[in-house]
Write a protein of this length. Structure first.
Length: 118
C-alpha cells in the first residue's frame, strides 16, 4: 500500500477544493451564443469589453454579479422590446432576439448565460 505524506494529501485536497468551487463558464456553448448575437446584430450596439450605444457585456455581467434574478431579468430584456436609453441619451425599443427555430428559449438562455459569464 502506498503512503502519502500529510503535506501531499493537503495539497491534493486543496486542489480538489479549488477545482470544485472555481467559477465556471455559465454558457453551455460560447460559439452558439456569439453566433446568435451576430445574427441579431447585437454587436452593433454592444461590445464585450467596452460601451458603445449600449453597455459592454462585461459591465452588464458585473452589474448583475451575485443577483439571483439576473438571468430572468436579462431574458426578459432580450425578449420584451422594452425601452432602453442609448449613449446619446435617446431612447429606443430594444430589439427582440430572434432564434431559429422561432422563440427558442434555450438559445436565448445560452446567450444570457454567456454574457453573465464574462
Amino acid at each position: 500500500m502506498m503512503q502519502i505524506s500529510r503535506s501531499a494529501l493537503a495539497t491534493i485536497v486543496t486542489g480538489i477544493a479549488i477545482f470544485a468551487f472555481a467559477p465556471t463558464s455559465r454558457a453551455a456553448d460560447m460559439d452558439a451564443a456569439k453566433a446568435l448575437a451576430r445574427t441579431n446584430n447585437c454587436f452593433k450596439c454592444h461590445a464585450i469589453s467596452r460601451d458603445k450605444d449600449g453597455p459592454g457585456w462585461r459591465k452588464t455581467a458585473e452589474k448583475y454579479k451575485g443577483n439571483p434574478d439576473a438571468e430572468a431579468k436579462l431574458i426578459h430584456h432580450l425578449t420584451s422590446g422594452e425601452m432602453v436609453k442609448l449613449a446619446d441619451g435617446s431612447q429606443v425599443h430594444h430589439e427582440i432576439i430572434k432564434t431559429d427555430p422561432a422563440n427558442d428559449t434555450a438559445q436565448i438562455k445560452n446567450l444570457v448565460d454567456w454574457i453573465l459569464s464574462l
